[in-house]
Design a protein around this ligand. Sequence first.
Ligand code: GDP
Ligand code: MG
Length: 489
Amino acid sequence: MPLSFADIVEEARLSARALWDYGENLFNPTVRLGVTGLSRAGKTVFITALIHGLTRDGRFPVFEAFASGRIARARLEPQPDDAVPRFNYEDHVRTLVEDRSWPNSTVDISELRLVIDYQRHNGADRTLTLDIVDYPGEWLLDLPLLAKSYEQWSAESLALSRQGPRAKLATPWHAQLASLKAEACEDEQAALMSARLFTDYLRACRDERFAMSLLPPGRFLMPGNLAGSPALTFAPLDVPVNGSAPDGSLWAMMVRRYEAYKDVVVRPFFRDHFARLDRQIVLVDALSAFNAGPEALRDLEAALAGVLECFRIGRSTLLSNLFRPRIDRILFAATKADHLHQSSHDRLEAILRRTVAKAAERAEYAGAAIDVVALAAVRATREAQVQRGRDKLPSILGTPAADESNGGGKFDGDTEVATFPGDLPADPEELFSGDDAFAGLSSMPAEKTDFRFLRFRPPQLERRHDDEQMLPHIRLDRALQFLIGDKLQ
Ligand SMILES: Nc1nc2c(ncn2[C@@H]2O[C@H](COP(=O)(O)OP(=O)(O)O)[C@@H](O)[C@H]2O)c(=O)[nH]1
Ligand SMILES: [Mg+2]
């Protein structure tokens, strides 16, 4: 594809900034760490736990620089980007530690700067600046739109909405769509209604019963500060893929807004934020997909392929020219591993590894180094063996949130209970062997599903010998070692 004038301007802008970033970096090495994942994957909790641990002497045996005492101090400093909201660390910690509740969910990008004073292996004192950027994974899945016309996007979105469990959820939107004439005069009310019903359909797909992942355009569910703007008020129409919209038609109005979405939302995000990241962690809530069923797991795989597509730098495509990512390490992390007994942690990791490998094949991925980990940024449970008849079941102990129910009644939010969430298979392929590989909420009532993960309240803090209080975690230190360990040599 030839570069357009707009693309060339973008590229010049990028190079200028790259030079600026480079100059800064000589004096003060900075790593920009992207933390992403779909909504509720665990980004806020991950960043909060990471900062809490690093600034307060957490327990991180596998994070070498930290464990060997070479890190003198880690502290928060004002962030470099004035136009990006600050990650509200203090509030999130208070909620987590004092209220023992999970932080409220966020729908926008945010940023925080952590400065780490450390000693190199050779004894020299150095400083590493870590800029942590939290952004919705949904926004990454918008990248393919840049290469698609409105008509192509419409056709694909419609085809997808007629498949599997999506079809039923799309009924109200499809009914309205059938009443629209694409060639008719442009009509704001029709566009508003269409966009609303289309967004409702996307939201229904995301419901925990279906737990679908691949739901672009990303801002329809994660609008950030653009809610209600025309760039977000469009929807697919049933129009021919090679057709062109008559002047003044509803169709032309949709095309205009779709293009605006690319210009004011997608391009700036990739240019201003994504292209500047050095390292990336992608948080994945695989447990929600296990809860929902095999379609959700397949959808998750497709979404991960979409994410990897963004990091693909092997080939010289139009996109890689524009948004050449400089990321050289990507960690995929299955979050909330504390919902499983530790005997299943390696299995969870194996399942994610398999999913990422398949996704990498689909995306013909060649690029940064990839690793996979199953972790819990905050460990809300303990382990126990529960006697059931003659068997001992590997179970977990935790305090279920007050709004969770156990079939019969609701939990009170204060009492600790032991649960057996279900065993993950030793061979990941078992989960991918077709529509009835396992039973999830999308096709079964809750008591008949193979997995049941309760939402637990955050734990009581662990008190150390020196009275410092810490948040317990699982393998958070392994994630840190992979993401920044080499920068602290
Ligand atoms: N048990 C447990 N639950 C977690 C953990 N991380 C996230 N969660 C749950 O997942 C929800 C969403 O997490 P959050 O960090 O807000 O997700 P975000 O939307 O990606 O920022 C939280 O409200 C918790 O219920 C974890 O490490 N352990
Ligand atoms: Mg968040």
